[in-house]
Design a protein around this ligand. Structure first.
Ligand code: B12
Ligand code: SF4
Length: 370
């Protein structure tokens, strides 16, 4: 590091003297780090709560789209470190939404904590590092554009911690898709990097396709972002805006209650007061892939479906779809016992700024269709 000449007043300040002393000591320590030791990093991350970890250099071709975003969060990023935290499978599989949501929220906290603790250890060893949020909060001033700082799935795949299944979640070779991910941005090289795995743990069983209540997952691996966003994220940004507009558009309390049920309002209150709750995640719940996960499926496939898939398919619940969408048709055909709720288009603000996006729907949904 090049030293700039400091004015005497600053050079004699106790903080500056202490910093100089510490730097000198570090210089004199044999093997003072210029490179993060991969073994040390792994141990720190596992002790911090991660279940698996691997690093990847920022100049890998598959990370090209991440570079400008990562650079904005930590200029001079050299390596990305992917952390994996396991979720408890039967919690994610439970048809009771409060059980699954609790698991997602708690695992989100664990992965954020593991990431933050690892960053603290890196900092204290002399490295620059940041841990962008694993889930929310994100950069909402960019909404409806890319609001996430770094794409954790892309990094995990590049680092060799799994591959993307038909449902577009990362499947870890051992833990299956029952994992949440975080990424550390580090301003130094790491001594050893991971590489993509040479097979896909996805079994192509298509249970995820059968489980999604709004047909967001195509059996060939296509994923309809807006369909998932409209239903699963009903109580997140897009659905909330639609809900607020419904409040504004209602003529009085009775009209509002006609449009939105008490249970839906209570659910929105819960999401706003505690944390936004997902409506599904059934694709993840039913996925049998992964060495630690697959046994019950292999032992009795019909039994697995009866125990895991069917309760989610049978659950009576509202399904949020836009009028005339393929999701509305899918829901009506496949899940006639569920309540179809036609809502405003959660993705419309994105379309307003996207000239290539589909046109606005001709008419907003009528109250009696909701
Ligand atoms: C955006 C996002 C979503 C979007 C889009 C999902 C997607 N397939 O990308 C929505 C809201 C639908 C979503 C849903 C879910 N998500 Co999400 N999500 C993210 C986020 C913020 C970025 C994803 C990403 O990298 N996309 C880019 C590329 C890599 O993804 P892609 O699949 O190739 O491309 C899709 C997107 O670009 C999307 N898209 C296209 N245009 C637009 C425009 C906008 C504005 C947005 C937001 C997205 C979008 O559609 C593409 C087609 O698939 C990450 C957190 C993070 N910071 O990384 C979590 C993350 C991917 N989500 C996660 C989870 C758990 C879920 C849910 C299970 C949540 C739940 N509990 O229900 C569902 C699963 C849905 C599914 N089958 O994918 C986990 C996945 C863990 C794993 N094992 O892979 C992550 C990594 C969060 C975490 N910290 O662990 N998610
Ligand atoms: S449910 Fe089956 S098809 Fe879908 S991602 Fe998992 S293993 Fe692949």
């Amino acid at each position: 590091m090049t030293e700039t000449r400091l004015p005497a007043r600053l050079a004699n300040h106790p903080t500056v003297r202490a910093a100089h002393a510490r730097r000198a000591a570090l210089r004199d320590t044999p093997g003072a780090p210029a490179v993060v030791d991969a073994g040390w990093l792994r141990e720190i991350a596992l002790r911090a709560g991660a279940d698996d970890v691997a690093a990847v250099p920022i100049d890998r071709p598959e990370l090209a789209a991440e570079r400008e975003h990562v650079e904005r969060a930590l200029s001079g990023t050299r390596s990305l470190v992917s952390l994996v935290v396991r979720m408890n499978r039967d919690n994610v599989r439970s048809p009771e939404r409060s059980v699954a949501n609790q698991e997602f929220h708690h695992s989100g906290e664990l992965v954020n904590t593991a990431a933050r603790r690892t960053v603290r250890a890196l900092q204290d060893t002399g490295f620059r590092a940041v841990n962008p949020s694993a889930t929310f909060p994100m950069e909402m001033d960019r909404y409806p554009g890319r609001i996430w700082v770094v794409a954790h799935k892309t990094v995990a795949v590049a680092a060799g911690l799994g591959a993307i299944g038909i449902h577009r979640n990362v499947i870890h070779p051992r833990f299956g898709n029952f994992v949440l991910l975080a990424t550390l941005l580090v301003g130094a090289p790491v001594s050893e990097y991971g590489s993509p795995i040479d097979y896909n743990p996805c079994l192509e069983c298509k249970l995820c396709v059968a489980a999604c209540p709004v047909g967001a997952i195509d059996k060939d691996g296509g994923f309809d972002f807006l369909t998932c966003f409209t239903h699963n994220y009903r109580e997140f940004m897009g659905g909330f805006t639609d809900w607020a507009e419904t409040v504004a558009d209602s003529t009085d309390g009775a009209d509002f209650r006609h449009r939105v049920s008490d249970a839906e309002n209570a659910s929105m209150w819960q999401s706003l007061s505690f944390r936004a709750n997902y409506k599904a995640a059934y694709c993840m719940a039913v996925c049998p892939a992964g060495e630690d996960v697959v046994d019950p499926y292999l032992a009795d496939r019909q039994g697995f479906m009866a125990q895991v898939l069917r309760p989610l398919q049978d659950k009576v619940e509202p399904l949020y779809v836009t009028a005339g969408s393929p999701a509305a048709e899918h829901a009506r055909r496949r899940f006639p016992h569920k309540q179809i709720r036609q809502v405003g288009d959660a993705g419309r603000s994105r379309r307003r700024i996207d000239p290539d996006g589909p046109p606005e729907p001709d008419e907003p949904p009528k109250p009696d269709e909701r």
